[in-house]
Design a protein. Structure first.
Length: 422
């Protein structure tokens, strides 16, 4: 149960933060966001705000999504010949178009629709009260809504609030904002990890901390805060040099020049031996001191984010040059990792969430149709051509990319099942 809970939290947080990036910058660009959903599947809760966005919580607590007007997902349920009822404001503008038989609106005007334009001219025409002798045309309010057959009310989407009507740079930022939020989330989580461990490892000094009980360092009398100046007469100025010298002397007595406060001490120690690959190395049993300043913590979180991001970029490059399904992992692999992380404590879970967030951000930037990276490629082509690709062609490209992604997801999931359960 704990594993399931950890999996749901990790997956949902990473995806919802990603989708919030799209949502936030779409709103800033004046694009109508029809729905911001947490979870997938049937609705458990829905609330439509005054700005036309419906906020929903859905049954399956896995991720979420954002639906924008004009993003290839709009469907108008009104057709010529359909009976509807209209609610008007005092000036005669239509505020609501009711297509549902389940909902009755007071003072609504019954109409049989003959024509409508809810994107450009904002009008609806038809026969009123069954009188087919005259077609009446009413203006429709810019922020009018349609009540669909199932009773769900949605805002109409005039051209000026559709995704394609936003400026090119606004659409590019909206597309990029999802991966960007994943990188920001990873930075925040890694910075939190650095803060939780008390600071950043100080690799630029040889001050020891955390003397391991029963170690060679403890037997030699080393104490927290001691600074090792030299080993067997060889000066060491940073932690890398100290480690290199210690590793040379497994099970061999060495001399340490140590600064403790205002004193300089000569100590002797015999590093224990440990195997590293095919080598036997010496181990003293100390850890480096930490930089605890706020600047060091922030830069440490940034460095961890950059290091992990670079490692993932290299892994993606290796996957492209040497394709192998075993190098990929889907929801089943994430569930397995969640099980391991859950048993190791909250900080391991946070570290894993940061890694998955970077993975999702980088994966979504791949130039594959259907992903944010594919959309950005189309945006760049539009900028170079001076005009957008037709919606029909873009729809075909997106459909092909989506099909490829679905096939890849099926193959990866089946491969994960084979690896982990058989």
């Amino acid at each position: 149960m704990k594993t399931i809970l950890v999996f749901i939290i990790i997956f949902s947080v990473v995806v919802v933060i990603h989708e919030f990036g799209h949502y936030f910058f779409a709103k800033r660009a004046g694009i109508l966001v029809r729905e911001f959903a947490i979870g997938m599947g049937p609705k458990l809760f829905a609330h439509q705000a005054k700005d036309g966005t419906t906020y929903t919580i859905r049954m399956l607590p896995l991720g979420g999504y954002v639906q924008m007007a004009g993003w290839g997902e709009d469907e108008t349920e009104i057709t010529p010949g359909m009976p509807v009822s209209l609610v008007q404001d005092p000036t005669g503008k239509v505020l609501k178009i009711n297509t549902s038989k389940k909902i009755q609106l007071q003072e609504a005007i019954p109409m049989e629709v003959t024509a409508f334009d809810l994107e450009d001219k904002l009008t609806i025409s038809g026969y009123i009260n069954g009188d087919e002798q005259e077609v009446i045309t009413y203006p429709v309010d810019h922020d009018a809504s349609i009540i669909h057959e199932d009773g769900v009310e949605v805002r109409i989407a005039p051209l000026d609030v559709q995704f394609q009507s936003a400026k090119l740079w606004q659409r590019m930022l909206t597309n990029f904002a999802g991966p960007m939020n994943n990188f920001i989330l990873a930075l925040v989580l890694f910075t939190g990890l650095v803060f939780a461990q008390g600071g950043v490892v100080n690799q630029d000094a040889t001050i020891v901390s955390g003397i391991e009980s029963g170690s060679a360092a403890a037997d030699a009398g080393l104490e927290d805060g001691d600074e090792i100046l030299a080993i067997n007469g060889t000066e060491v100025t940073n932690w890398s040099e100290l480690t290199t010298q210690i590793q040379k002397y497994p099970d061999t007595q060495i001399t340490l020049d140590v600064k403790r406060g205002d004193q300089t001490l000569d100590l002797t120690a015999t590093p224990s031996s440990s195997t590293s690959g095919s080598e036997t190395i010496g181990v003293l049993g100390v850890t480096p001191s930490l930089k605890t300043g706020i600047g060091a913590i922030l830069s440490g979180g940034l460095q961890m984010t950059m290091d992990n991001g670079l490692a993932i970029f290299k892994a993606v490059g290796n996957l492209i040059t040497q394709p192998d399904l075993d190098k990929l992992g889907g929801p089943v692999a994430i569930f397995q990792l969640s099980s391991q992380a859950a048993s190791q404590g909250v900080w391991t879970v946070i570290g894993m969430m940061a890694m998955i967030s970077i993975n999702l951000g980088i994966f979504n930037l791949l130039p594959i149709p259907g992903l944010d990276g594919g959309k950005l490629v189309l945006n760049i082509l539009e900028g170079l051509r001076g005009k957008p690709i037709s919606q029909e062609k873009e729809g075909i490209i997106t459909l092909v990319g989506f099909g490829f992604l679905m096939l890849l997801m099926v193959l990866v999931t089946w491969n994960d099942i084979q690896r982990f359960f058989f």
